[in-house]
Design a protein around this ligand. Structure first.
Ligand code: GLY
Length: 371
């Protein structure tokens, strides 16, 4: 992306500000309760927000930042950004090319929240669509509901003009699923508890062997932004846990878990082991911590400590008694302060007036999740 110089940056953000000042009600239905002035726009995402590129070589965070500074609606910009990742055929953790469920069917989850409009939408276990974040946005814009699942979500997407493709699966993901199936052979595991553990362990073994990307095991991209007028939105989209039990919805489509936005406070979203996050509704917790004045980094550390405290099953602990899985949060507040924070050190993507960057997260524990 072309780095904006100070003059161009001021120009784009000022034009956006003037356009919005002219018609805030037409744009957003109702004006936000608090207008934070003079915020430096920022887009934050999981690291894949700076990995996948569109045909012009633009990444998710670059795309969203450019659109936001040119005056686009913040959620429109984020959905356009994450669609680059959802449509990347090399992404086995997000969108149609993500790793399928135990039956070899790709079921996707996504959610979005629009801070100024105070609206939200989500889909869970939706099949046959390539990019579910847009469907989640349509749930927010076109229905009185917050979450549609399974066939209902697919029917809704079709009715909104989204193309539905039967048996949609990427060839790489299908081959990886066949290898996983060969290794687990569910018929030998008649005890459901042992079978579930074998499914999970085999998946992690495939990560250790380098057969699947560890960052794609739970997949997911979360992307949040604040514009120059302090308008905050967020989106999270994923193919969910690899080889999941059909119908499993993770944290990504659940408001308060995989994503939470309060326009007066900030936004938080997650990637990593969804079940651990769901138990603590951590994105909500992080936003509430920020409401009490915590910096995004400290708010996310509080949430990770909560997760660690709630992780007591031996199968989920390493030899030090710490969680043996990855979980990361991406957060920003209404002032434009931001942080990427993880259970174990990881990376995250950010785009500001200085251009896109991939940075190291803060970490609760040293070492690696499965090391
Ligand atoms: N965090 C993504 C999932 O667990 O589905």
């Amino acid at each position: 992306m072309k780095k904006l110089n100070r003059r161009e940056f001021v120009k784009t953000t000022t034009v956006a500000g003037v356009a919005a000042a002219a018609a805030p009600r037409a744009l957003f239905g109702q004006a936000p309760a608090v207008m934070t002035k003079g915020v430096k726009p920022v887009v934050i995402a999981s690291a894949n927000g700076n990995a996948s590129k569109d045909a012009d070589g633009i990444t998710c965070v670059q795309k969203a930042f450019t659109m936001i500074t040119k005056g686009s609606d913040v959620l429109d910009a984020l959905v356009a950004g994450v669609s680059i990742v959802e449509l990347d055929p090399n992404q086995t953790g997000v969108g149609w090319s993500g790793l399928p469920n135990a039956e070899g069917v790709v079921q996707l989850d996504a959610s979005c929240m629009h801070g100024p409009k105070k609206r939200a939408g989500a889909v869970a276990a939706i099949e046959g669509v390539r990019a579910p974040a847009r469907v989640a946005q349509l749930v927010s814009d076109e229905t009185d509901h917050h979450l549609l699942v399974g066939k209902g979500a697919q029917d809704f997407a079709r009715s909104m003009g989204i193309k539905i493709e039967e048996g949609l699966i990427n060839e790489t993901a299908r081959k990886q699923w066949l290898e996983w199936k060969r290794r687990t052979d569910p018929l030998h595991y008649l005890d459901p508890k042992k079978r579930a553990q074998a499914w999970y362990d085999t998946g992690l073994q495939m990560v250790r062997e380098g057969l699947i990307d560890g960052e794609h095991f739970w997949g997911t991209i979360n992307c949040d932004a604040v514009n120059a007028r302090g308008e905050i939105c967020g989106v999270t989209t994923t193919s969910g846990l690899a080889w999941k039990i059909p119908g499993r919805a993770g944290d990504s489509p659940i408001l308060g878990a995989g994503l939470y936005v309060d326009n007066e406070v900030g936004a938080a979203g997650s990637t990593g082991r969804g079940e651990a996050n769901l138990y603590g509704l951590c994105s909500f917790l992080i936003v509430e911590e920020m409401r009490r004045g915590a910096h995004p980094k400290d708010a996310a550390i509080t949430a990770l400590k909560r997760v660690a405290k709630n992780t007591i099953e031996k199968r989920l602990l390493n030899e030090k008694g710490q969680p043996n899985f990855g979980l990361s949060f991406y957060c920003l507040n209404a002032k434009g302060e931001y942080a990427g924070v993880a259970m174990y050190q990881s990376r995250y993507a950010v785009c500001t007036e200085n251009g896109p960057q991939t940075l190291q997260t803060e970490a609760l524990f040293e070492g690696r999740a499965n090391g």
